[in-house]
Write a protein that binds this ligand. Structure first.
Ligand code: HEM
Ligand code: HEM
Length: 177
């Protein structure tokens, strides 16, 4: 049994952590504050859509790497329930990130957004996205993702600071023996 995750999975974990947290902040603090009538919104949406699709592709690569490489044994806290919750949180994080990408794509198809943002002729944005179901789903999932991430982060801190088992080393580079 190896002692760390595969270096490619480590790279993808930290790259995606930055991208996903960046996209949540971008969505709440930048994107949704611009009205669709503001011409600057187009560039914001172009960046958000390209970054979101990149997250989708990198998540597929990550899933492939996770299935195709050796993983360390499940982390132990001494409490079976907490250990199970940690594993469930990992699965939920994967599901939520894919669901964010899929609801974003559904919203784009719903509003002809790919054509508006990347088509040959400049087209106007719809007045708002707010009333659309994929938009509500996208927004609700973003909140759930943030809370799930916070649980994940709290778990990592608990290992690091309370149990002092240096769990973080499993998600870093080094000898895997
Ligand atoms: C500062 C932020 C973060 C820290 C400190 C952190 C820490 C860690 C650590 C220490 C592990 C290894 C757990 C183990 O060995 O059992 C891990 C695994 C994992 N992390 Fe994070 N993480 C962070 C952000 C994120 C984010 C934003 C996501 C996704 C939204 C994420 C998803 C995962 C998943 C799914 C695993 C399980 C391994 C895998 O299948 O890829 N992490 N994280
Ligand atoms: C992991 C990937 C993604 C994350 C974390 C993310 C995050 C967010 C967040 C936090 C918001 C604002 C929600 C709110 O204020 O209620 C948002 C809005 C939006 N997202 Fe994403 N998103 C992702 C992927 C995508 C993708 C792939 C697309 C399109 C293909 C997309 C299109 C949009 C659009 C059109 C809005 C609405 C902006 C508005 O209402 O003005 N997103 N996203």
């Amino acid at each position: 049994m190896v002692s760390r995750y595969h270096p490619l999975l480590v790279t993808l974990h930290w790259l995606l952590a930055l991208l996903i947290l960046g996209m949540l902040i971008d969505g709440w603090q930048v994107l949704s504050l611009f009205r669709n009538t503001n011409p600057a919104k187009v560039l914001q949406l172009q960046l958000h859509v390209v970054a979101g699709l990149t997250v989708g592709v990198l998540m597929l690569a990550r899933l492939g790497t996770r299935w195709g490489t050796d993983k360390p044994a499940h982390a132990q806290t001494g409490n079976a329930l907490m250990d199970m919750v940690a594993q469930i949180v990992h699965v939920i994080l994967y599901v939520l990130v894919f669901a964010m990408v899929i609801s974003g794509i559904a919203l784009a198809f719903n509003t002809d957004l790919f054509n508006i943002l990347f088509g040959p002729n400049p087209l106007p944005l719809p007045k708002t996205f707010r009333h659309l179901l994929p938009r509500s789903i996208h927004g609700t999932l973003a909140n759930i993702l943030m809370f799930t991430f916070l649980a994940h982060f709290a778990g990592a801190l608990f290992h690091q600071k309370i149990l002092k088992d240096n769990l973080i080393a499993r998600m870093w580079y080094g000898n895997r023996k």
